[in-house]
Structure formats: C-alpha cells, structure tokens
Design a protein. Structure first.
Length: 88
C-alpha cells in the first residue's frame, strides 16, 4: 500500500477548503487520470521483449526447451509460452 501524502503539502489552501466541505478528516483516494502501460516507465517491458525475441531466435536456431530454460532461468512451460505466443 502506498504512503499517504498530506494534502497541505500538495494542494492549494483554497482547494483544501473546498474538499473539506465534503470530506472532513477522512482518507480519500484520488484516482489517476492517465495510466502508463506496465513497464513503460522503467524500461522492463522493452527488456523482456528483447529477451523473448532472443529466446525465439535461439529456439529456431536449434536449442531445446530444456537448454533455453537453463540459460534464461525460466521454466520450460514459460519458454514454451514465449515461443508459441510469438508465432506469426
């Protein structure tokens, strides 16, 4: 769970007074208006795509599921999922 932020630290006084007309002393959740896709801000999504492409290339180059599993520290089921999911 994320840490709460004191409204006085991030909102103008006028807005706090307006919110207090409706909610006094309670915790409220203000949802995000836009959400980034998973991994977009950290680059992990791109890294996984590159890794998955490499797995597919090495599989088509002759490595077995077991060899790929050992090399990439993934289960054979995950390797199969990556390979079969990449078929076009």
């Amino acid at each position: 769970m994320k840490k709460y932020v004191n409204a006085k630290e991030v909102l103008p006084d006028a807005l706090i007074k307006e919110i207090q007309k409706y909610v006094k002393g309670q915790h409220i959740y203000i949802p995000q208006t836009e959400r980034q896709d998973w991994g977009a801000s950290t680059g992990i999504r791109d890294e996984m795509e590159l890794r998955n492409e490499e797995i597919c290339q090495q599989y088509h180059g002759g490595l077995s599921f077991a060899e790929l599993s050992e090399k990439f520290n993934l289960s054979e089921d995950r390797i199969r999922g990556i390979i079969y999911g990449k078929r076009t």
